[in-house]
Design a protein around this ligand. Structure first.
Ligand code: MN
Ligand code: MN
Length: 463
């Protein structure tokens, strides 16, 4: 080998994905991203994402799983866990004793939930009090148009769907201080400039004629009653989420990126869903797609990844083949598909360039996540990372290795640890994001598409 061949052989060279991207793939990538943007607009809460995912899956032949159902290769089934978490499977020809191939993403996203007693009037303005969900930077959620989505469950069991602020409807809003009077506020650290108890949604200003007390609050409640049929006490049993009233859109003069609320982690949820829907070869292992809730608050609760609902789903599938679930899980593989931080040239100090994920470099593989010395990480085995390298390269998937940021800058976790705790080999992989957890996040189209291709390559892997 001459000098250059040696260099290419022994050195690992990171390259922009567009240097390796086949132009023939561009129409497929654009079509994929158009579908993804529609998915983002259709699903702004975990419930809406599950609903939209079921709608898409059913159009591709998936049907609800019922216990005891006979399953054969090529069967496509799903189970909705309380409308907030979705598990789908495409049955393969290989026995479940040989394990399943799982992609697990989450469909919850940071937002402002209404408190149980949210509505009040102050100085003749009506507000709804919120309790933020997930890790948000509070100052980012003021002065942006917001909408309210979710459900109100009445005492008699009726569940009312609420969507206030869509399209031409009026939006909600949280005020910030004008700069003219913001001198003291501006001296505070960013984390204290806006407090949790200031995240109050402005919902009305016109008093109800003929009334004397709390006339604006009364006008708001009257409107809600007339439109949706619920009363103030019903807020107690409601799940109403204030989310940005923004549509998904292309970003950049070259339209090479996508901007939207909730891309963490709907970008991977859509990739996993599309991959399991597009699977057309059933000769291998069973493919499983999990869209979990509650990742942003620790994967806890009945709909989070730690739930027994996933184990039940796996046990049900295994029972149909007379396979002990533990035998299936120990042979299974899970790609924990969640976003990672994209290197941001505006904030280079928190990144370590040699190990950061870059926009357009493809799907990012994270051997470990965690913080303060990998605490909370699943830390995949070297053999596992090698396997995914092989599968991705074989599927012509553009990928990169990624760490969230500098060692001591902070950190985060995913559902990976909870899958690994079940004795499932698990590796993190996902799309690099700019402004993660902000009301509006940005990803690169190439990375979104490569994440889909990566999951599909995993589902198709026969090794
Ligand atoms: Mn996430
Ligand atoms: Mn997150």
């Amino acid at each position: 080998m001459d000098g250059k061949e040696w260099k290419n052989k022994v050195l690992c060279q990171r390259k922009n994905g567009y240097d390796r991207f086949s132009e023939a793939e561009r129409p497929a990538m654009e079509a994929y991203c158009t579908g993804y943007k529609a998915y983002l607009d259709a699903g702004k809460t975990e419930r809406e994402c599950v609903g939209e995912s079921i709608r898409l899956a059913e159009s591709k032949g998936f049907r609800p799983y019922t216990r005891g159902m006979t399953l054969k290769a090529g069967d496509k089934v799903y189970t909705s866990n309380r409308g907030k978490m979705l598990m789908l499977a495409v049955i393969g020809e290989k026995s479940l004793a040989e394990g399943v191939q799982i992609a697990a993403a989450h469909v919850d996203a940071p937002r402002l939930d209404l408190k149980p007693s949210p509505l009040y009037e102050e100085n003749e303005l009506a507000y709804l009090k919120t309790h933020y969900y997930g890790g948000i930077r509070k100052y980012q959620w003021v002065s942006v148009p917001l909408e309210l989505r979710g459900v109100v469950a009445l005492r008699d069991g009726t569940v009312i769907s609420v969507a206030i602020g869509e399209r031409d409807e009026p939006k909600l809003f949280i005020s910030d201080l004008l700069p003219h009077l913001g001198q003291e506020q501006s001296k505070k650290p960013l984390s204290e400039g806006i407090t949790g108890e200031q995240l109050n949604l402005l919902v009305g200003s016109e008093p109800l004629a003929g009334e004397e007390k709390e006339r604006v609050k009364l006008a708001v409640m009257k409107r809600l009653y007339e439109k949706y049929g619920f009363v103030e006490e019903d807020f107690i049993s409601a799940e109403l989420e204030a989310v940005p009233a923004l549509q998904a859109t292309d970003i950049g003069l070259d339209a090479s990126m996508i901007g939207s609320y909730g891309q963490d982690d709907r970008v991977c949820a859509y990739a996993a869903l599309r991959a399991v829907m597009d699977l057309d070869d059933f000769s291998g292992r069973t493919a499983v797609c999990v869209l979990a809730d509650k990742e942003e608050i620790g994967s806890v609760g009945v709909s989070g990844m730690q739930t027994g609902a996933f184990d039940t789903f796996m046990e049900d599938l295994c029972e149909s083949q007379g396979v002990p679930v533990r035998a299936c899980l120990e042979k299974s593989f899970c790609l924990s598909t969640d976003v990672t931080a994209a290197f941001d040239p505006n904030f280079p100090d928190v990144f370590e360039k040699r190990n950061a994920a870059f926009l357009n470099y493809g799907v990012g593989l994270c051997k470990y996540t965690g913080s303060r010395g990998k605490s909370g990480a699943s830390d995949a085995a070297a053999e596992l990372v090698a396997r995914v390298r092989r599968v991705f390269d074989g599927g012509e998937v553009l990928w990169q290795m990624a760490e969230l940021g500098k060692v001591d800058a902070g950190g985060g976790g995913t559902v990976a640890a909870y899958m690994a705790n079940r004795n499932i080999d698990t590796l993190d992989a996902g799309v690099p994001v700019l402004s993660m957890h902000a009301p509006f996040e940005v990803t690169a189209k190439l990375d979104c598409y490569m994440t889909y291709k990566g999951i599909l390559a995993l589902y198709r892997d026969r090794t």
